[in-house]
Design a protein around this ligand. Structure first.
Ligand code: DGL
Length: 275
């Protein structure tokens, strides 16, 4: 069984991408709504919460765990990977997005948007710089020698998406304000480094213009798993395949089911658990 963990319902955008690829796998989703949003917590607090939630999924028998929350991946992925040493395999969402951005960028001018926590961690910039020597091969002669990363925290987007205001005028105004410095810096690739932003992707693409490649960390994570499972057949074998889904939340199951359904694009019933 695959365990997908997020601070709330945002990670269901990641699960949605997984379900398209692997509908037969068994999934257990855990949204730590009681402690959300993670984006405004300190890294220490996020670390503690991630350890607790990952431990819960391990106790429930998950053999592969996806930390779907960007903030949690940025702050705590390494902590849980070191703690559990591959038993089970724990993967995040940052590196797939970083790899995709480095492959797609034409000029090496890469923008990243996310929560304040993700931006403060500087994890995207660190990983982009780490992987650039292997993956940055721009064909355009005018490209930068080394990638330039422009990061912008967009803390107000999460609550607006959760209020279902993805198409509201106020959300558009906010987006325009947040994206202005990225447009001004002429980024040619933009990473959506937050679980909630795929719900704004069309609008972001429209605002950034056709020449900017927009990369969803949710989609990149699901795309990357295909290759990962091919290279790790024992992990693939360990995943049970009965098409079973379980949805857990650490807070109000009614709200989780209602909003979660919108994120996943299908009706779900969440159950409350103590972690
Ligand atoms: N899931 C978080 C992320 O992707 C967004 C919501 C939150 O701040 O908890 O960074």
């Amino acid at each position: 069984m695959i365990g997908i963990f997020d601070s709330g319902f945002g990670g269901l955008t990641v699960m949605k991408e997984y379900l398209k690829k692997y509908p037969d796998f068994d999934y257990m989703y855990l949204g730590d709504q009681a402690n959300a949003p993670y984006g405004s917590h300190s890294a220490e607090r996020v670390n503690k919460l991630v350890v607790q939630n990952v431990e819960f999924l391990i106790q429930k028998g998950c053999t592969l765990i996806i930390v779907a929350c960007n903030t949690a991946s940025a702050d705590a992925l390494r902590v849980v990977q070191q703690k559990y040493k591959g038993k089970p395999t724990i993967l995040g969402v940052l590196i797939p997005a970083v790899e995709e951005a480095l492959k797609q960028t034409r000029f090496g001018n890469i923008g990243v948007i996310g929560t304040r926590g993700t931006m403060d961690s500087n994890a995207y910039e660190r990983e982009l710089k780490k992987y650039e020597k292997d993956l940055y091969k721009p064909s355009d002669k005018r490209a930068l020698k080394s990638v330039k990363v422009i990061q912008k925290a967009c803390p107000l987007l999460v609550p607006f998406v959760e209020e279902g205001m993805t198409k509201a005028m106020v959300t558009r105004m906010m987006l325009r304000t947040y994206l202005r410095p990225l447009k001004g810096a002429h980024v040619d690739t933009l990473i959506l480094g937050c679980t909630h932003y795929p719900l704004l992707q069309k609008e972001i693409e429209r605002m950034m213009g056709r020449q900017v490649k927009v990369i969803s960390s949710a989609k990149a994570a699901a795309d990357a798993i295909e290759d990962y499972l091919k290279r790790h057949p024992n992990v693939e074998k360990g995943i049970t395949k009965n098409g079973k889904r379980t949805y857990y939340t650490t807070d109000c199951p009614e709200r989780f089911s209602e909003l979660g359904g919108k994120f996943l694009g299908k009706k779900i019933v969440g159950e409350r658990v103590e972690v």
